[in-house]
Design a protein. Sequence first.
Length: 236
Amino acid sequence: MMHWRLLLKMNPQLLRDFPFFEHLDDEYLAEIAKLCSERTYIKGESIFFEGEEGEELYLVISGVVQIYQDNHSRDVILSIFREGDFFGEMALLQNERARSASARTIEKSTLCILKKRDFIPLLKSNPEILIGILETALDRLRDANKLITDLTVIDVRTRIARVLLRLTEQHGVPSDEGVLIDLKLTHQHLADMTGTARETVTKSLLGLQDEQLIRIDQRKILVCNIDRLRNILDVI
């Protein structure tokens, strides 16, 4: 199989999958591609840990990665990223090198890695890239604030409904039967996203299935009625 680094050098256009690169000309993309290194991680492999020093930006070429924090020996999943997403941007934006969260693969994943020392000159010469990264970082900060609110003041059923709706927005594939969340997530993943026990998630999902709001097939969740799922949030 061809290594991604070689593939990028042959076809830098693939970098256009990442929003902050899509406006760049071919010559500039080729220069960025030369700075990329590639690594493939097996399922469940750690990429970095909270508190570690880090100076890399990661671009997800394939696979699925979770960003999480350890809360009293329990994982709290903050975000899930897949092909076309990036993470680790705070290492570029702050002088503080310590990672604010950990990263681990949910499935086998290939990542493109850009070092801060290589990337900062690109940002200085092309501020549009920095603007794109900052916009995403601010969106993620807002999402993190919402998550804190969810974990502290909202009941479990509503938390699960909100997470499912967010997943349909980020990873949803429309179908005749509803919107399929195109991720294979375990009940433990959902528990870590909602700050509750796996058994509680299982019970809540069964309830949503009984109400015909969702259907689960081969670990993928189909949201059958988004409007009714949203109605759960309206009673907050």
